[in-house]
Design a protein around this ligand. Structure first.
Ligand SMILES: [Zn+2]
Length: 239
């Protein structure tokens, strides 16, 4: 994996602005995983995709993650700091997973980016995603279909799929210092990284504006500077 440059990242962010989140993930990984074909990237299980996005984030912004969260017990706004290492988890060893319960036997694969295209919005999305990933269903040894499953079985299968690759559903351990409440909050690396990139782009463009105006440099030249040097020149201008 290679970490994109500031200029590349700016272009990636512009390309992804009006695209759905799963396309943004592919854009970012295409720039980082230069040895992988587009088709292979689209076939990465979502947990594997997210694990690679975490590494991309570590390379570009560093290992420490900072986020804001509201305590569900007392409403206090908390600043959460944790290391990427705390959410580096091992992935599943098998590509085909097996769910067995009361004579029902279902084999399925993990969802990937190709399954996300055209998913219905809202709560039906998870169900549709599950259906797309099912391979073989039998009940008491007799072939069955997705329509034969009852609601409890569908819910159990969705939970089974979530546990099969915890990297696709990362959780961060939270603790409120005000009321001592503890809970675990979902950590969506793709949404987090995109928000972080959006804030970074806004800061970057202010830096370009300040330096281009002061020194007459071209945008590309300012973007090619290492971040510390941009900061240093801006510091000189303000001193
Ligand atoms: Zn609290």
């Amino acid at each position: 994996m290679q970490t994109p440059s500031a200029l590349q990242m700016l272009h990636l962010w512009e390309q992804g602005q009006d695209r759905p989140p799963w396309v943004r993930a592919l854009l970012l990984l295409e720039a980082a995983e230069t040895g992988m074909e587009h088709a292979a990237l689209t076939r990465l299980p979502l947990g594997e995709r997210d694990a690679r996005l975490l590494e991309l984030r570590a390379g570009f912004f560093g290992e420490t993650l900072s986020s804001l969260a509201d305590c569900p017990a007392c409403g206090e706004r908390l600043e959460l700091n944790f290391s990427i290492d705390e959410v580096r988890l091992p992935g599943p060893t098998a590509t085909l997973l097996l769910f067995e319960s009361n004579g029902l036997c279902v084999s399925y694969r993990l969802p990937d980016s190709t399954d996300l295209e055209g998913l219905p919005p809202g709560p039906d999305a998870t169900r549709a995603l599950l259906e797309a990933c099912l391979q073989d269903i039998t009940r008491e040894g007799v072939p069955a279909t997705f329509a034969d499953l009852n609601e409890a079985e569908v819910a159990a299968l969705i939970a089974h799929m979530g546990e099969a690759d915890p990297r696709a559903d990362l959780k961060a351990a939270m603790h409120c210092p005000t009321c001592s409440h503890r809970w675990s909050a979902r950590f969506d690396i793709l949404g987090f990284l995109w928000e972080e990139l959006s804030a970074w782009v806004r800061r970057l463009l202010v830096e370009v504006h300040v330096l281009a105006r002061a020194y007459g440099w071209r945008e590309d030249d300012v973007l090619a500077l290492p971040p510390w040097r941009r900061q240093y020149y801006i510091g000189l201008l303000r001193s």
